[in-house]
Ligand binder design. Structure first.
Ligand code: HEM
Length: 296
């Protein structure tokens, strides 16, 4: 099935080999050239944050579920980097829904990675089929977006770099990886930030963050990466949100390539390793289950 085959193309699910290293290096170097860590990417993020802030102001004091506006904001940052422009509201909502449904169903297939025989169960076969259908829809959007991409975009830079070596399918899967890896993760993290900051433990954190930003950033502009050094409490809070609500707790699957020993523990070859448990160890955090455990 296409969904299975696709795990050996792109970056995120590619096995560790020479092709993975080359494609990962190429993508990173384009991102750097294109603006990763420079102003272009930051400008696009700030433009979308301004739109998001206006949307939040527009709902005034009415309670609402922010999932859709956050997803649009995140996807517009990603698509403007990948394709050179933001999408219209309907197109971005459709992309958000297809991506969200793909990730949701794909999540139910994780047990198959651990116990491959589960793939034979009728329920799992059904989920495979649904996941494949959303995957196809996602590719339909990606292909037409690549066709209409601007010169100043990740995909055009990629095509120009690869020229006669261009593997169109590989490019499509890299774009897919960016869309999937970047959208749900960032949206969920922002949603958790809102939940945690509006909760009981978050009220005083909000106030301290606000005071820090107000003392360091002029009110006529948004905070930028250059302010980071002067906003240690804000940075600690962002890291704390990601610690206590790890949105990819099992990370991407990594297997040890040979027997190894880490911190005195023997880990045999071919073991699926995940290190997110350290985020909740009392050795490092006095109250690991409480938000603000590290920002107080
Ligand atoms: C809060 C937001 C994010 C979180 C929590 C997150 C989390 C992760 C994690 C845990 C991994 C696996 C790392 C590993 O074990 O090797 C990963 C890999 C990856 N992420 Fe993210 N991510 C976020 C945002 C993004 C964004 C915005 C993009 C791109 C637009 C992105 C693209 C990728 C890609 C391409 C990989 C695979 C990299 C590789 O295999 O070398 N992520 N991410």
């Amino acid at each position: 099935m296409k969904v299975i085959v696709c795990w050996v193309i792109g970056i995120a699910h590619h096995r560790y080999d020479a092709k993975f290293c080359q494609q990962r290096k190429l993508s990173l170097s384009i991102l750097k050239e294109f603006g990763f860590g420079k102003d272009i990417m930051e400008e696009r993020i700030q433009a979308e944050v301004s739109v998001l802030l206006q949307q939040l102001r527009d709902v005034k004091a009415v309670a609402f579920y922010p999932d859709a506006v956050l997803m649009s904001c995140v996807l517009n940052v990603i698509t403007s980097i990948l394709f050179g422009h933001r999408m219209d509201d309907k197109a971005v909502a459709n992309l958000g829904s297809v991506t969200g449904n793909f990730v949701y169903n794909e999540g139910h297939l994780i047990p198959v990675d651990m116990f491959p025989l589960l793939r034979l169960l009728p329920k799992m076969r059904r989920i495979f089929a649904i996941t494949a259908a959303f995957h196809n829809q996602l590719f339909h959007i990606i292909r037409s977006s690549i066709e209409t991409s601007d010169e100043d975009s990740f995909v055009r830079y990629y095509m120009n770099r690869e020229r006669s070596n261009l593997d169109r399918e590989q490019l499509e899967f890299i774009v897919r990886d960016f869309v999937i890896a970047g959208s749900e993760t960032s949206t969920s993290t922002l949603q958790w930030a809102l939940v945690l900051l509006s909760g009981r433990d978050g009220q005083c954190v909000q106030e301290r963050m606000w005071k820090e930003i107000d003392s360091q950033v002029p009110r006529d502009r948004l905070p930028s990466l250059a302010d980071r050094l002067h906003l240690p409490f804000v940075e600690a809070t962002i890291l704390e949100v990601m610690r206590i609500r790890t949105v990819v707790p099992l990370s991407l699957p990594h297997w040890t390539s040979s027997d190894t020993t880490v911190g005195g523990y023997f880990i045999p070859a071919d073991t699926w390793a995940s290190n997110s448990a350290v985020l909740f160890l009392t050795t490092f955090f006095i109250f690991p289950l409480i938000f603000t455990s590290t920002v107080a």
